[in-house]
Design a binder for this molecule. Sequence first.
Ligand SMILES: C[S@@+](CC[C@H](N)C(=O)[O-])C[C@H]1O[C@@H](n2cnc3c(N)ncnc32)[C@H](O)[C@@H]1O
Length: 279
Amino acid sequence: MFAQLEEIHRRPKPFEAYTAADLWTDAYISGRMLAFHLNGEIDLASRKLPFIDRSAGWIISRFGIREGKSVADFGCGPGLYTQRLAATRAAVTGIDFSANSLEYAEARAREAHLPIRYVRRNYLEFETDETYDLILMIFCDYCALSPEQRKILLEKFRHLLKPGGSILMDLCQMNAFRRKAESADFAPNLMENFWSPESYYGFRNTFRYEDARVTLDKYTIVEKRRTRVMYNWLQYFDRESIAAELAESGLTIEEYLGNAAGDPFDAGADEFAAVAKRR
Ligand SMILES: C[S@@+](CC[C@H](N)C(=O)[O-])C[C@H]1O[C@@H](n2cnc3c(N)ncnc32)[C@H](O)[C@@H]1O
Protein backbone atom coordinates (compact mmCIF):
# COMPACT_ATOMS: atom_id res chain seq x y z
CA MET A 1 0.00 0.00 0.00
CA PHE A 2 2.85 2.42 0.86
CA ALA A 3 4.57 1.71 -2.47
CA GLN A 4 1.27 2.26 -4.33
CA LEU A 5 0.72 5.57 -2.60
CA GLU A 6 4.29 6.58 -3.46
CA GLU A 7 3.53 5.88 -7.13
CA ILE A 8 0.28 7.84 -6.96
CA HIS A 9 2.15 10.84 -5.55
CA ARG A 10 5.14 10.48 -7.87
CA ARG A 11 5.98 13.60 -9.86
CA PRO A 12 6.41 12.63 -13.52
CA LYS A 13 8.70 14.51 -15.88
CA PRO A 14 6.88 17.21 -17.87
CA PHE A 15 4.76 15.65 -20.62
CA GLU A 16 6.03 12.17 -19.70
CA ALA A 17 2.73 10.55 -20.76
CA TYR A 18 -0.01 11.62 -23.18
CA THR A 19 -3.47 10.37 -22.19
CA ALA A 20 -5.72 12.88 -23.99
CA ALA A 21 -7.27 10.07 -26.04
CA ASP A 22 -8.35 8.29 -22.83
CA LEU A 23 -10.12 11.42 -21.76
CA TRP A 24 -11.80 12.35 -25.05
CA THR A 25 -12.49 8.95 -26.66
CA ASP A 26 -13.47 6.71 -23.72
CA ALA A 27 -17.17 6.02 -24.38
CA TYR A 28 -18.29 6.98 -20.86
CA ILE A 29 -15.97 9.95 -20.19
CA SER A 30 -16.48 11.46 -23.65
CA GLY A 31 -20.24 11.28 -23.04
CA ARG A 32 -19.75 13.32 -19.87
CA MET A 33 -17.53 15.70 -21.86
CA LEU A 34 -20.15 16.08 -24.60
CA ALA A 35 -22.69 17.06 -21.94
CA PHE A 36 -20.23 19.75 -20.74
CA HIS A 37 -19.70 20.98 -24.33
CA LEU A 38 -23.42 21.31 -24.83
CA ASN A 39 -24.13 22.97 -21.51
CA GLY A 40 -24.11 26.56 -22.75
CA GLU A 41 -23.96 27.91 -19.22
CA ILE A 42 -20.58 26.55 -18.13
CA ASP A 43 -17.01 27.06 -19.35
CA LEU A 44 -16.05 23.38 -19.47
CA ALA A 45 -15.01 21.48 -22.64
CA SER A 46 -16.43 24.40 -24.67
CA ARG A 47 -16.99 27.99 -23.63
CA LYS A 48 -20.42 29.41 -22.79
CA LEU A 49 -22.77 29.85 -25.75
CA PRO A 50 -22.96 33.68 -25.70
CA PHE A 51 -19.15 33.70 -25.93
CA ILE A 52 -19.13 31.20 -28.82
CA ASP A 53 -21.74 33.27 -30.71
CA ARG A 54 -19.68 36.42 -30.22
CA SER A 55 -16.43 34.63 -31.03
CA ALA A 56 -17.77 33.05 -34.24
CA GLY A 57 -19.20 36.43 -35.33
CA TRP A 58 -15.86 38.12 -34.73
CA ILE A 59 -13.92 35.36 -36.58
CA ILE A 60 -16.24 35.68 -39.60
CA SER A 61 -15.68 39.42 -39.86
CA ARG A 62 -11.97 39.52 -38.85
CA PHE A 63 -10.94 36.81 -41.34
CA GLY A 64 -13.55 37.56 -44.04
CA ILE A 65 -15.08 34.07 -43.83
CA ARG A 66 -17.56 33.62 -46.69
CA GLU A 67 -18.21 31.46 -49.74
CA GLY A 68 -14.89 30.61 -51.42
CA LYS A 69 -12.92 30.64 -48.13
CA SER A 70 -11.73 27.50 -46.34
CA VAL A 71 -11.39 26.86 -42.62
CA ALA A 72 -9.95 23.96 -40.60
CA ASP A 73 -10.91 23.65 -36.93
CA PHE A 74 -8.44 21.44 -35.02
CA GLY A 75 -10.16 19.85 -32.00
CA CYS A 76 -13.60 20.95 -33.25
CA GLY A 77 -15.50 18.94 -30.59
CA PRO A 78 -19.26 18.86 -31.28
CA GLY A 79 -18.94 21.52 -33.99
CA LEU A 80 -20.04 24.63 -32.14
CA TYR A 81 -17.63 26.72 -34.24
CA THR A 82 -17.69 24.72 -37.50
CA GLN A 83 -21.49 24.95 -37.67
CA ARG A 84 -21.49 28.73 -37.24
CA LEU A 85 -18.67 29.27 -39.72
CA ALA A 86 -20.15 26.93 -42.33
CA ALA A 87 -23.39 28.95 -42.27
CA THR A 88 -21.44 31.61 -44.25
CA ARG A 89 -21.05 28.97 -47.05
CA ALA A 90 -17.31 28.78 -46.45
CA ALA A 91 -15.80 25.28 -46.85
CA VAL A 92 -15.24 24.04 -43.28
CA THR A 93 -13.33 20.98 -42.03
CA GLY A 94 -13.44 19.86 -38.39
CA ILE A 95 -10.86 17.43 -37.03
CA ASP A 96 -11.37 15.62 -33.75
CA PHE A 97 -10.80 12.13 -32.33
CA SER A 98 -13.93 12.03 -30.18
CA ALA A 99 -16.52 9.80 -31.91
CA ASN A 100 -19.22 11.00 -29.51
CA SER A 101 -18.61 14.65 -30.35
CA LEU A 102 -18.31 14.11 -34.09
CA GLU A 103 -21.50 12.04 -34.28
CA TYR A 104 -23.29 14.92 -32.63
CA ALA A 105 -21.61 17.45 -34.97
CA GLU A 106 -22.48 15.40 -38.07
CA ALA A 107 -26.13 15.09 -37.06
CA ARG A 108 -26.40 18.88 -36.52
CA ALA A 109 -24.72 19.54 -39.90
CA ARG A 110 -27.17 17.17 -41.66
CA GLU A 111 -30.15 18.87 -40.03
CA ALA A 112 -28.91 22.29 -41.14
CA HIS A 113 -27.92 20.99 -44.64
CA LEU A 114 -24.36 22.23 -44.13
CA PRO A 115 -21.69 20.28 -46.06
CA ILE A 116 -19.11 20.33 -43.25
CA ARG A 117 -16.28 17.82 -43.62
CA TYR A 118 -15.61 16.07 -40.32
CA VAL A 119 -12.48 13.97 -39.93
CA ARG A 120 -12.22 11.54 -37.01
CA ARG A 121 -8.52 11.48 -36.38
CA ASN A 122 -5.77 12.43 -34.00
CA TYR A 123 -5.02 15.91 -35.32
CA LEU A 124 -1.28 15.31 -34.90
CA GLU A 125 -1.66 12.71 -37.68
CA PHE A 126 -4.12 14.60 -39.90
CA GLU A 127 -3.10 14.57 -43.58
CA THR A 128 -4.86 16.26 -46.49
CA ASP A 129 -4.29 17.81 -49.90
CA GLU A 130 -6.51 20.75 -48.92
CA THR A 131 -5.12 24.10 -47.82
CA TYR A 132 -6.87 26.66 -45.66
CA ASP A 133 -7.42 30.40 -45.35
CA LEU A 134 -7.92 29.98 -41.60
CA ILE A 135 -6.80 27.36 -39.08
CA LEU A 136 -8.42 27.41 -35.65
CA MET A 137 -7.38 25.82 -32.39
CA ILE A 138 -9.71 27.05 -29.69
CA PHE A 139 -10.05 26.56 -25.94
CA CYS A 140 -6.33 26.35 -25.18
CA ASP A 141 -5.93 22.89 -26.69
CA TYR A 142 -2.48 23.86 -27.92
CA CYS A 143 -1.37 24.15 -24.27
CA ALA A 144 -2.20 20.50 -23.55
CA LEU A 145 0.51 19.33 -25.97
CA SER A 146 4.19 18.61 -25.31
CA PRO A 147 6.87 20.76 -27.00
CA GLU A 148 7.49 17.93 -29.52
CA GLN A 149 3.78 17.61 -30.32
CA ARG A 150 3.44 21.38 -30.67
CA LYS A 151 6.31 21.39 -33.13
CA ILE A 152 4.62 18.66 -35.22
CA LEU A 153 1.38 20.65 -35.19
CA LEU A 154 2.99 23.98 -36.15
CA GLU A 155 4.83 22.35 -39.05
CA LYS A 156 1.48 20.95 -40.17
CA PHE A 157 -0.23 24.33 -39.82
CA ARG A 158 2.46 26.08 -41.86
CA HIS A 159 2.15 23.47 -44.57
CA LEU A 160 -1.68 23.64 -44.63
CA LEU A 161 -1.98 27.44 -44.82
CA LYS A 162 -2.91 29.10 -48.11
CA PRO A 163 -0.71 32.07 -49.02
CA GLY A 164 -1.88 34.92 -46.77
CA GLY A 165 -3.78 32.46 -44.55
CA SER A 166 -4.03 32.85 -40.75
CA ILE A 167 -3.93 30.73 -37.61
CA LEU A 168 -6.05 31.70 -34.60
CA MET A 169 -5.26 30.02 -31.28
CA ASP A 170 -5.97 30.86 -27.67
CA LEU A 171 -3.48 30.13 -24.92
CA CYS A 172 -3.07 29.89 -21.15
CA GLN A 173 -1.23 32.94 -19.84
CA MET A 174 1.43 33.11 -17.10
CA ASN A 175 -0.95 34.71 -14.56
CA ALA A 176 -2.88 31.48 -14.38
CA PHE A 177 0.38 29.59 -13.81
CA ARG A 178 1.38 31.83 -10.89
CA ARG A 179 -1.92 31.17 -9.17
CA LYS A 180 -1.93 27.39 -9.58
CA ALA A 181 -0.76 25.69 -6.37
CA GLU A 182 0.45 22.14 -5.81
CA SER A 183 -2.04 19.94 -3.99
CA ALA A 184 -3.13 16.37 -3.36
CA ASP A 185 -6.63 15.19 -2.66
CA PHE A 186 -8.59 12.00 -2.58
CA ALA A 187 -12.30 11.14 -2.69
CA PRO A 188 -14.50 8.14 -3.38
CA ASN A 189 -15.97 8.70 -6.89
CA LEU A 190 -13.85 11.86 -7.20
CA MET A 191 -15.59 14.56 -9.29
CA GLU A 192 -19.03 12.98 -8.90
CA ASN A 193 -18.47 9.86 -11.01
CA PHE A 194 -16.89 11.82 -13.85
CA TRP A 195 -14.35 9.05 -14.48
CA SER A 196 -16.60 5.98 -14.33
CA PRO A 197 -20.22 5.01 -13.67
CA GLU A 198 -18.87 2.26 -11.34
CA SER A 199 -17.56 2.87 -7.82
CA TYR A 200 -13.96 4.05 -7.70
CA TYR A 201 -11.42 5.78 -5.52
CA GLY A 202 -9.92 8.88 -7.11
CA PHE A 203 -6.67 10.70 -6.33
CA ARG A 204 -5.84 14.11 -7.82
CA ASN A 205 -2.25 15.34 -7.59
CA THR A 206 -1.45 18.79 -8.93
CA PHE A 207 2.20 19.52 -9.78
CA ARG A 208 3.93 22.73 -10.88
CA TYR A 209 7.08 22.76 -12.99
CA GLU A 210 8.54 26.16 -12.32
CA ASP A 211 11.21 26.28 -15.03
CA ALA A 212 9.13 24.64 -17.73
CA ARG A 213 6.03 26.78 -16.92
CA VAL A 214 3.89 23.67 -16.96
CA THR A 215 1.28 22.29 -14.59
CA LEU A 216 -0.13 18.79 -14.31
CA ASP A 217 -3.35 17.51 -12.83
CA LYS A 218 -2.64 13.80 -12.44
CA TYR A 219 -5.66 11.63 -11.75
CA THR A 220 -5.30 8.08 -10.46
CA ILE A 221 -8.61 6.26 -10.70
CA VAL A 222 -8.75 2.95 -8.83
CA GLU A 223 -11.64 0.67 -9.78
CA LYS A 224 -12.40 -2.90 -8.78
CA ARG A 225 -10.73 -4.36 -11.88
CA ARG A 226 -8.40 -1.67 -13.18
CA THR A 227 -6.40 1.39 -12.22
CA ARG A 228 -6.02 4.25 -14.72
CA VAL A 229 -3.75 7.27 -14.58
CA MET A 230 -4.80 10.36 -16.54
CA TYR A 231 -2.50 13.32 -17.14
CA ASN A 232 -3.87 16.80 -17.85
CA TRP A 233 -0.87 18.94 -18.77
CA LEU A 234 -0.95 22.68 -19.36
CA GLN A 235 1.81 24.80 -20.83
CA TYR A 236 1.59 28.53 -20.03
CA PHE A 237 2.83 31.26 -22.37
CA ASP A 238 3.51 34.95 -22.53
CA ARG A 239 3.75 36.95 -25.75
CA GLU A 240 7.49 36.44 -26.01
CA SER A 241 7.49 32.66 -25.49
CA ILE A 242 4.73 31.94 -28.02
CA ALA A 243 6.34 34.28 -30.57
CA ALA A 244 9.68 32.46 -30.17
CA GLU A 245 8.01 29.04 -30.47
CA LEU A 246 6.11 30.00 -33.62
CA ALA A 247 9.19 31.61 -35.17
CA GLU A 248 11.03 28.28 -34.89
CA SER A 249 8.40 26.82 -37.22
CA GLY A 250 8.51 29.68 -39.72
CA LEU A 251 5.43 31.46 -38.35
CA THR A 252 5.07 35.02 -37.14
CA ILE A 253 2.48 36.64 -34.89
CA GLU A 254 0.41 39.37 -36.49
CA GLU A 255 -1.78 40.28 -33.53
CA TYR A 256 -2.22 39.52 -29.82
CA LEU A 257 -5.75 39.53 -28.46
CA GLY A 258 -7.50 38.92 -25.16
CA ASN A 259 -9.36 35.87 -26.49
CA ALA A 260 -10.80 34.25 -29.59
CA ALA A 261 -13.62 36.82 -29.65
CA GLY A 262 -11.27 39.67 -30.54
CA ASP A 263 -11.22 41.44 -27.16
CA PRO A 264 -8.07 43.51 -26.50
CA PHE A 265 -5.00 41.79 -25.07
CA ASP A 266 -4.90 41.93 -21.25
CA ALA A 267 -1.60 41.11 -19.56
CA GLY A 268 -3.47 40.52 -16.27
CA ALA A 269 -5.85 37.87 -17.64
CA ASP A 270 -5.56 34.07 -17.45
CA GLU A 271 -5.65 33.62 -21.22
CA PHE A 272 -4.84 35.40 -24.43
CA ALA A 273 -5.05 34.68 -28.14
CA ALA A 274 -2.72 35.06 -31.10
CA VAL A 275 -3.21 35.46 -34.84
CA ALA A 276 -0.25 34.00 -36.73
CA LYS A 277 0.83 33.80 -40.35
CA ARG A 278 3.57 32.20 -42.39
CA ARG A 279 6.72 34.27 -42.21
C1 LIG B 1 -11.30 21.66 -24.94
S1 LIG B 1 -12.16 20.87 -26.27
C2 LIG B 1 -12.50 22.27 -27.32
C3 LIG B 1 -13.53 22.01 -28.37
C4 LIG B 1 -13.80 23.18 -29.34
N1 LIG B 1 -12.57 23.73 -29.90
C5 LIG B 1 -14.56 24.28 -28.64
O1 LIG B 1 -13.99 25.30 -28.24
O2 LIG B 1 -15.79 24.11 -28.52
C6 LIG B 1 -10.84 20.01 -27.08
C7 LIG B 1 -11.26 19.11 -28.23
O3 LIG B 1 -10.08 18.65 -28.87
C8 LIG B 1 -10.18 17.26 -29.12
N2 LIG B 1 -8.81 16.73 -29.09
C9 LIG B 1 -7.90 16.81 -28.07
N3 LIG B 1 -6.74 16.26 -28.45
C10 LIG B 1 -6.91 15.81 -29.73
C11 LIG B 1 -6.07 15.13 -30.66
N4 LIG B 1 -4.81 14.80 -30.36
N5 LIG B 1 -6.58 14.82 -31.88
C12 LIG B 1 -7.86 15.14 -32.21
N6 LIG B 1 -8.71 15.79 -31.36
C13 LIG B 1 -8.24 16.11 -30.14
C14 LIG B 1 -11.07 16.72 -28.03
O4 LIG B 1 -11.71 15.52 -28.43
C15 LIG B 1 -12.04 17.89 -27.83
O5 LIG B 1 -13.17 17.75 -28.64
